[in-house]
Write a protein that binds this ligand. Structure first.
Ligand SMILES: Cc1cc2nc3c(=O)[nH]c(=O)nc-3n(C[C@H](O)[C@H](O)[C@H](O)COP(=O)(O)OP(=O)(O)OC[C@H]3O[C@@H](n4cnc5c(N)ncnc54)[C@H](O)[C@@H]3O)c2cc1C
Length: 521
């Protein structure tokens, strides 16, 4: 088996990073005239603060304090993470990386950390875009250890009768799907970070896959979770549903590494879909498309894909030419025909001014739909190329009910445009759609002066986050809270709920070792 090397400073694997020539081409395609392509600082040239923690003798087999381990676990994958990684700037790397191979070693790692007064950051694929894995912890700790779950990556058991599988928390998307595919099954959970993000990370952040409707959040797929906390084991019963008080799984979903280390979970799986039908529908403007999307989802229809792209987003992803909004509409099933459902949805699109080309046959492989899917998965690599060219690329996402959507969208767009100035672009798409509202996802692309990245990003982040909260949205629909969204999350949540969460934290993690600064102080 070939072992691929992870890119130290940016997204993905070293062998897939965009070449210098392609990066220049991408810049001119986007119409930017950047000031040269920045080369990443080599690992040998990086100056790291000395590790404050001696490798514990009892954990020597799983501990790694090498510069390679400390740098690759120092950041997630946000815009600013990539800028800092590129420049070789690591102010707060973990002192140590621990890679437990089983639950016993997770338990022993927590015991050691508790005795040594070392904070612990659970780490899955490290794809957090909200500072969720960054070892910025209060000074009261004598050090920080990042606890990587990467070795717990097996599908451990499959129950074909109930259609569920017990899977190690460190399994990333391709690893988990490859093992399930051997049995003709799939978890059918595809976030854009699928290549690297893990089951434990998805549960800890309440991630959302790329299907627009139906069971698309990890919440919908989790049957039971097993976590290890400093106060003991947290294991829920496997049940299809339960009304026995507040759900133990619900509390771990979205716990972001603060309540326990998720080691494995039973998740719902299904046969691989066999039938698919889809079209790309053009709308004269984004709002007519939004009306069509609302009508479709409120009719009870649940398309796998119902992704509305504004004209700028459509051109950026290769699904359109920039003159229309584009709705990527798709149905799939494991056996039942889907053509009729597609026809019904298309009829609703027509009522709102939608138009489409007839053919989307298997011969028409390079349809806008498949172009969009390819671009979707390649986008993180392209983003890093733009960052090397001096361009800030960032995204923010939210959700809002339909009756407030139009003014909300105007308000948020205006705030984003004002924050980045006339040389930047803001585009929007719907990632997920519910009967009572959409989850709009905004992408911002703007040139930034070298050296000014942190200041520019912070002022942009503040402006758009303030706008989301002021207009009644959520600070995040699926990117989680981490350290970066904390002030707005504190505004959004009820004060008594914050107190209840703090009570739960105190019970399971009395010394506050787990991911301090995230969700709860
Ligand atoms: C290019 C890109 C695209 C993305 N697309 C999507 C998307 O489509 N949908 C989406 O929802 N998100 C997306 N994200 C955000 C990110 O991928 C998700 O938050 C993902 O769920 C994180 O998983 P991870 O395994 O990488 O977790 P990490 O980044 O390693 O950790 C994230 C948080 O979870 C905690 N954690 C991780 N593993 C465990 C564990 N086993 N036990 C306890 N706590 C744990 C960490 O402490 C941290 O707080 C994207 C990010 C990038 C960079």
């Amino acid at each position: 088996m070939t072992v691929r090397s992870r890119n130290r400073w940016g997204w993905g694997y070293e062998d897939a990073v965009v070449s210098d020539e392609d990066a220049e081409r991408i810049a001119s395609m986007w119409g930017f005239r950047p000031d040269g392509l920045e080369q990443p600082v080599a690992l040998e040239a990086v100056r790291l603060p000395a590790s404050r923690v001696a490798v514990p003798p009892a954990l020597v087999d799983i501990a790694d304090a090498s510069p390679a381990a400390r740098t690759t676990h120092a950041y997630g994958k946000s815009y600013l993470d990539v800028v800092r990684g590129l420049r070789g700037r690591y102010d707060d790397p973990p002192d140590l990386v621990l890679r437990p191979r089983n639950e016993d070693e997770v338990e022993r790692s927590l015991e050691w950390a508790s005795g040594a007064n070392v904070a612990v950051i659970p780490y899955g694929g490290g794809t957090s875009v909200v500072g969720g894995v960054e070892p910025r912890v209060p000074e009261r700790f004598d050090g920080v250890a990042t606890l990587s779950l990467a070795a717990l990556d097996q599908v451990l058991e499959v129950d074909p009768v109930s259609r569920a599988a017990r899977i190690g928390a460190g399994a990333n998307g391709p690893r988990l799907e490859a093992q399930l595919a051997e049995r003709g099954l799939t978890m059918r959970f595809y976030p854009q970070s699928f290549e690297l993000s893990t089951l434990g990370g998805w549960i800890a952040t309440r991630a959302a896959g790329h299907f627009a409707t139906g069971p698309t959040r990890i919440d919908d797929l989790v049957e039971s979770v097993h976590a290890i906390t400093p106060s003991g084991e947290w294991r829920s019963r496997r049940l299809p549903g339960s009304g026995a008080g507040p759900s133990p799984d619900r509390l771990l979903l979205g716990s972001e590494g603060t309540l326990g280390v998720i080691t494995q979970a039973w998740v719902r799986v299904q046969p691989r879909p066999e039938r698919r039908a889809g079209r790309s529908v053009r709308f004269p403007d984004f709002m007519s498309g939004a009306d069509a999307v609302r009508t479709i989802v409120q009719s009870g229809s649940r398309p796998a894909n119902l992704r509305l792209l504004d004209p700028g987003e459509a051109v950026g992803s290769g699904a359109g030419d920039g003159s229309d909004a584009v709705l990527v509409l798709g149905f799939e099933s494991t056996g039942a025909p889907v053509e009729q459902e597609l026809e019904q949805a298309l009829a609703l699109c027509r009522e709102h001014g939608g138009a489409w080309a007839d053919a989307d046959t298997s011969a028409d492989r390079r349809s806008a739909t498949s172009a969009w899917r390819d671009a979707f998965l390649r986008m993180p690599y392209v983003r890093d190329a733009l960052i090397r060219l001096g361009v800030m690329v960032d995204t923010f996402e939210t959700a809002i009910t339909w009756e407030r959507f139009a003014p909300f969208h105007e308000h948020v767009l205006a705030a984003a445009r004002e924050a980045i100035g006339p040389s930047g672009r803001v585009t929007c798409r719907f990632t997920h759609v519910y009967a009572d509202g959409p989850a709009p996802y905004y992408t911002v692309v703007t040139p930034v002066q070298r050296g000014e990245e942190a200041a520019a990003w912070l002022s942009f982040k503040r402006a758009v986050s303030d706008a989301l909260i002021a207009a009644g949205g959520t600070i995040t629909h699926h990117h989680a809270v981490g350290r970066d969204h904390r002030p707005w999350y504190d505004d959004q949540r009820p004060a008594v709920f914050a107190a209840a969460l703090k009570g739960a934290k105190t019970a399971v993690d009395p010394h506050g070792l787990l991911n301090p600064g995230v969700l709860i102080d």
